[in-house]
Design a protein around this ligand. Structure first.
Ligand code: NAP
Length: 359
């Protein structure tokens, strides 16, 4: 496999730091360029991150002395050095939209964690095990942008990365409605206990925009390519409540689900056990061997014990039982900055690389 040169835009942030650690010694991708805000420009990566480094592993030695570019002012310089960039920046939505499009127009593909382009109809929003075929819409997007190589591909919100994978193999039974309450870690807000002491011994019942994303994005993931756009699915009906809880990493969801053709409990457990997708078939470097993992213990999954399963790329499920108002209920967990953010984006980039989209 050819080694691709990559850049990280937003390298100093929580997700950017995850990218840096995941891409260190990656078999297919080599980080050659780091960018952030004008505040960080000209500093070394180590200086720019400073005390914000929140990863358990140290800053990769191959990156600590790289000089940070300005993500907006230095687009052409960055684009000329890389085959594609990962992007995770904290800016206004319309600024991110414009920034990512400028990179695409400079013929630099963008694999993004940001929400700005998730609703753009010719931008694929991919969970590689669920809707890998959506990357084919990139041809239509390139036609619209007038680019040869440049495009934008995005990953979905971290909140839904446990319950959408768990519901997906059950769609064959006709999921009619689902209710999910999420219990979301503070790294999802780019925070640690040190930078957010107010969250200790506390639960905050509001995460701006999260419930809308959690309810609408699954319908794009389950949508179909029609002509030059992805048409959203019209069902199932999904309702959510998203809470911030004092957990460092790992988003948990309590899920209720009803079906047109109610499966047995064993049928659900088998559907989870047997489910695998294109990443497993292609043996992509970041793909978990077993994507969906059911725990029989009543007190699992737990964020501290289970979030790192298969390098934080697997989904953990437990407590499947019948419900008095819906058909079934269960609990699931995924690591929000690994599967839910940087890890999910790296897996998507591996899929795009394997299918020739960076050549
Ligand atoms: P963060 O820790 O606050 O980091 C923000 C990054 O954006 C930093 O690198 C910062 O650079 C950069 N930045 C800020 N203003 C900029 C500007 N004007 N131009 C260029 N770069 C600028 O945020 P995060 O948690 O990593 O999240 C980043 C993005 O990923 C957000 O869109 C978020 O919604 C999304 N996301 C996060 C998670 C998660 O679990 N954390 C999950 C999924 C998606 P400086 O250091 O120079 O300020």
């Amino acid at each position: 496999m050819k080694k691709y040169k990559v850049g990280i835009i937003g390298a100093t942030g929580m997700v950017g730091q995850r990218f840096a650690t995941l891409l260190d010694k990656h078999p297919w991708f080599e980080v050659v360029c780091l960018a952030a805000s004008p505040r960080s420009k000209g500093k070394t990566y180590k200086e720019a991150v400073g005390s914000r480094w929140a990863m358990k592993k140290p800053i990769p030695s191959s990156m600590e002395n790289m000089i940070i570019y300005d993500a907006t002012a230095d687009i052409n310089e960055i684009a000329s050095q890389v085959d594609f960039c990962f992007c995770a920046v904290d800016m206004k939505k319309d600024e991110i939209k414009a920034l990512e499009e400028k990179y695409a127009l400079a013929e630099c593909p963008i694999v993004s964690n940001n929400s700005a382009h998730r609703a753009t109809p010719d931008v694929p929003m991919v969970v590689p095990e669920i809707n890998p075929e959506h990357i084919e819409i990139i041809n239509a997007q390139r036609k619209r942008l007038g680019t040869k190589r440049g495009f934008i591909a995005v990953k979905s919100n971290c909140s839904l990365q446990s319950y959408v994978p768990a519901l997906h193999p059950l769609m064959k039974y006709g999921v009619t409605k689902a209710l999910a309450c999420t219990y979301q870690a503070i790294s999802g807000a780019g925070k640690t206990f040190k930078t957010w002491p107010e969250i200790v011994d506390n639960v905050i019942p509001y995460i701006g925009g999260e419930e809308e994303k959690s309810e609408q994005e699954p319908l794009k993931i389950w949508g179909k390519i029609e002509g030059d756009v992805i048409k959203n699915a019209t069902s199932p009906s999904i309702t959510t409540q998203c809470l911030r809880v004092p957990v460092s990493d790992g988003h948990t969801a309590a899920v209720f689900v009803s079906f047109e053709n109610k499966p047995t409990k064993d049928e659900i457990l088998n559907s989870w056990k047997e489910f695998s997708g294109v990443p497993q078939e292609l043996e992509l470097p970041s793909a978990p061997k077993q994507f969906l993992n059911y725990f029989t213990e009543d007190d699992r999954p737990q964020s501290r014990l289970d979030r790192e399963l298969e390098g934080g790329m697997a989904v953990s499920i437990g407590r499947l039982r019948e419900d008095s108002q819906y058909d079934y209920k269960f609990v699931c967990l995924s690591h929000n900055t690994l599967r839910g953010a940087a890890g999910g984006a790296v897996l998507m980039a591996e899929l795009l690389a394997a299918k020739g989209y960076f050549d």
